[in-house]
Design a protein around this ligand. Structure first.
Ligand code: SF4
Length: 404
């Protein structure tokens, strides 16, 4: 894949670099009350384990700012305070030691307040995200552009930048999120032409999965493939851990971040399937969980086509004749009873991760495993022929029915 990433300036949110040639980072937001220090930290730890690089917590009241003072030093990842209406909360969050701020220009509009926050952030070396949101656009811009338009969102960001420049503050990134995917995509395209600041991508209020995942992926992936975007967040109506996981998985799927966990692929199943592919794939997913095994593992419904179709996978299993045929890089390595398929997959994945593919192939008689697979394949072909869906019989039946 050849997508040229647009060059942006680099900023640092705590220890995480954003923009320039830094890896694209994953963000999420806690949904606990920030004043609940232990509850919030628990969620932050779960997010970090799921691949979140930067976390945002709301700072909407004095208790939240006080909570942040205790959360920040114990958080494994940088913490950003989310500020909406009260600029004083931004000052309080900085006092609490946060690594970054997010300001919504639609909600804090007095220039002197914006400049006061930027000047303080400059003194403390804290970056700010200008977080424009289609739904809370400055009413004056809404009116000027006749609605929530990409141009209005970009202008809102540029206005905020101008205030920042007045106090010589340049340590910012920008987002122009909307819940409408084409609008969001166009706003980011225009924004990336207008600035070299790092961009934070997101489809806001995407909703619950699976529709929310589809919407967020449609917007974020489109832009990433155009080389736009330095950090991302999935805004899902779900456990934020799902947001972090989705963000991480998207970047891995696009080849933008190194794989951390198992990439489980599975055939969609068909008339040839010898097992309940959905059930076995789900069981395998649960068995691998968040284990740090960066391999591609395949679950295939039949030994007739499975090993060939998944030959690029590091490891896989295909069902046939009540047995599971394990294959490594397309080569049969072992046969196990159907009930032990998932356990065997995990065991082989761990072995390959630790010792490598060559060692895995060397530990067994691949010729013997191939002979066993060939036997089951031949048996299945004999039973089902090339026609897994029994089309010939069906056609005869259809003709009989139609012919009346
Ligand atoms: S691997 Fe076998 S069961 Fe799965 S879709 Fe292909 S032919 Fe069907």
């Amino acid at each position: 894949m050849n997508h040229q990433r647009r060059r942006t300036r680099q900023i640092h949110v705590g220890k995480v670099a954003v923009g320039g040639d830094a890896p694209i980072s994953v963000q999420s937001m806690t949904i606990t009350k920030t004043a609940d220090v232990e509850g919030t930290l628990q969620q932050i730890y779960a997010l970090a384990a799921a691949g979140c690089d930067i976390v945002r917590c709301t700072c909407n009241e004095a208790e939240a700012a006080e909570g942040l003072a205790q959360i920040v030093p114990r958080s494994p990842i940088p913490v950003i305070a989310d500020i909406h209406h009260q600029y004083r909360m931004a000052l309080a969050a900085m006092e609490a030691g946060v690594h970054g701020l997010r300001l919504n220009p639609g909600n804090i509009r007095r220039p002197e307040h914006i400049k006061a926050v930027a000047a303080e952030a400059k003194d403390r070396g804290i970056p700010i995200r200008i977080g424009v949101n289609g739904g809370s656009l400055d009413p004056a811009l809404y009116e000027k552009w006749g609605g929530i338009r990409p141009e209005a969102m970009v202008e809102s960001a540029l206005q905020e930048i101008a205030y920042f420049q007045d106090v010589d503050f340049h340590d910012y990134k920008i987002s122009v999120k909307a819940s409408n995917v084409p609008l969001m995509v166009e706003a980011y395209r225009q924004l990336s032409e207008a600035t070299d600041a790092p961009l934070h991508l997101g489809v806001t209020e995407a909703g619950p999965p699976p529709a929310g995942l589809v919407k967020a992926t449609a917007g974020i992936a489109t832009l990433l493939l155009e080389g736009i975007g330095d950090t991302i967040r999935y805004s899902l109506t779900a456990d934020p851990v799902e947001e972090a996981r989705a963000g991480r998985q998207l970047l891995e799927a696009l080849g933008l971040r190194e794989r951390k966990n198992v990439d489980l692929i599975a055939c969609p199943s068909c008339g040839r399937a010898e097992i309940d592919v959905i059930e076995v794939a789900e069981r395998a997913m649960r068995a691998f969980g968040d284990r740090k095994i960066p391999l591609q593992v395949a679950v295939m419904g039949c030994v007739v086509n499975g090993p060939g179709e998944a030959r690029e996978a590091d490891l896989g299993i295909a069902a046939g004749n009540k047995r599971g045929h394990l294959f490594v890089k397309g080569r049969n390595v072992a046969v196990v009873p159907e009930a032990e398929m998932v356990d065997a997959l995990v065991e082989w994945a761990e072995f390959i991760h630790e010792h490598g593919t060559e060692a895995a192939l060397a530990r067994v008689d691949t010729a013997l495993a191939e002979r066993e697979a060939a036997k089951d394949r031949a048996k299945l072909l004999q039973e089902q022929g090339d026609d897994a869906n029994h089309a010939t019989e069906r056609i005869v039946e259809i003709r009989r029915t139609v012919g009346g």
